[in-house]
Design a protein around this ligand. Structure first.
Ligand SMILES: *Cc1c(COP(=O)(O)O)cnc(C)c1O
Length: 361
């Protein structure tokens, strides 16, 4: 702390990302990165753009990238916003679209832990809504509680949810959108490529209040490049552009733009890597079942699991001692769970071998 800080800084509790240790030998299953490389075409495009043109500013509007994203999703490019990772896109959405003078933003009690951080940073009031006892989002609860609160300033949740991995059927998102017409609904589809129905098709009817965010960090294996985007009604996109152009005109560098374009165009690579992860996931869950774990149904590149007889924090530490890192949250309701990223088959075997050792002591 310093007396030169803005006093508000003192009261912030910033987001704590999963660690990125330097040790190469670790089995790193803690931040939901892809265990496979990005599209070779993306790497080639970045290598080619790594030249003297870097002295020039990038296109502030990332027009070519927006065109490619629009084409990929079968929409027009005025429905696309891009940013430096979807975290930045979400930050702009909170500030520009989810800040209401006297109604709270609603999101699940167990969800992406960056949401409350943005609320705090931007002074946005929020209420959390408990997941049901199956750890699922119940749309009815949002509609009912919203009435009690006299409306809401917006609703946001990931689909599939994080860190649970549970997906919500498209029909439920549609229901929410039909009933919640006075505020925006943001669906964070960071993990949508691993088996959840995307709500992008809902954009065909041009709803005024649906915003969908995607990232290239997970299924496209480009967490290091920092590219995310939002899709929605052109008026929402214009709102996000106003925030972005009041903060940083150039969130995406030249290398990020060309790499993202090539990655978005390489559907074959995305499909192959996603299906590999899903195959590994179903095998891995079977192995966890045999060991007595209770695993939530996952449509993400991670699983959320607990053992009825072994303490989550203890397993987490014992894995660490063996060079395997997974994520554990010291949070009410989920402090017995581990969130385990789906890695390669070899990594999952190493994980299971260590786990068996730990459970037998
Ligand atoms: C990983 C993640 C993001 C952010 O990803 P970026 O790397 O910032 O694009 C957003 N939402 C959820 C739920 C995530 O897990």
């Amino acid at each position: 702390m310093s007396r030169f800080w803005n006093p508000d800084l003192q009261n912030l509790s910033p987001y704590v990302p999963g660690e990125q240790p330097k040790l190469e030998k670790l089995v790193k299953l803690n931040t939901n990165e892809s265990p496979y490389g990005p599209s070779p075409k993306a790497l080639a495009a970045i290598a080619q753009a790594n030249n003297d043109n870097l002295r020039l500013y990038p296109d502030p509007d990332a027009k070519d990238l927006k065109e490619v994203i629009a084409k990929h999703h079968g929409i027009t490019s005025n429905k696309v916003f891009v940013g430096n990772g979807s975290d930045e896109v979400l930050a702009h959405a909170f500030l520009g679209l989810l800040k209401h003078p006297n109604r709270p933003v609603l999101f699940p009690d167990i969800s992406y832990s960056f949401y409350p951080v943005y609320c705090q940073l931007f002074g946005i009031e929020h209420r959390t809504i408990a997941l049901d006892d199956q750890f699922a989002v119940r749309v009815e609860d949002y509609l009912e509680l919203s009435k009690q609160y006299g409306g809401n300033g917006g609703i946001i949740f990931p689909n599939p949810n994080a860190p649970t991995g549970c997906g919500l059927p498209l029909s439920q998102v549609e229901l929410l959108l039909l009933q919640n017409t006075d505020s925006i609904v943001v669906i964070d589809e960071a993990y949508v490529d691993y088996g959840t129905e995307s709500c992008v098709p809902l954009l065909q009817n041009n709803p005024p209040n649906l915003l969908i965010t995607h990232t290239l960090s997970k299924s496209r294996a480009l967490a290091g490049l920092r590219v995310g985007y939002a899709l929605g009604h052109p008026d929402l996109i214009t709102g996000l552009e106003r925030v972005k152009n009041s903060f940083n005109s150039y969130p995406l560098g030249r290398l990020a733009q060309v790499g993202a374009i090539a990655a978005m165009e390489d559907q074959a690579h995305l499909d192959a890597m996603s299906s590999k992860v899903m195959t590994t996931r179903s095998q891995f869950v079977k192995e966890l079942d045999v060991l007595g774990f209770e695993t939530l149904p996952s449509s993400a590149n991670f699983v959320f699991t607990r053992h009825p007889k072994h303490d989550g924090a203890r397993i987490h530490q014992a894995l660490r001692d063996r060079g395997i890192i997974v994520r554990h949250f010291k949070t009410k309701r989920i402090d017995q769970f581990l969130r385990i990223t789906i890695g390669t088959d070899e990594q999952m075997s190493a994980f299971l071998a260590a786990l068996k050792e730990i459970l037998s002591v």
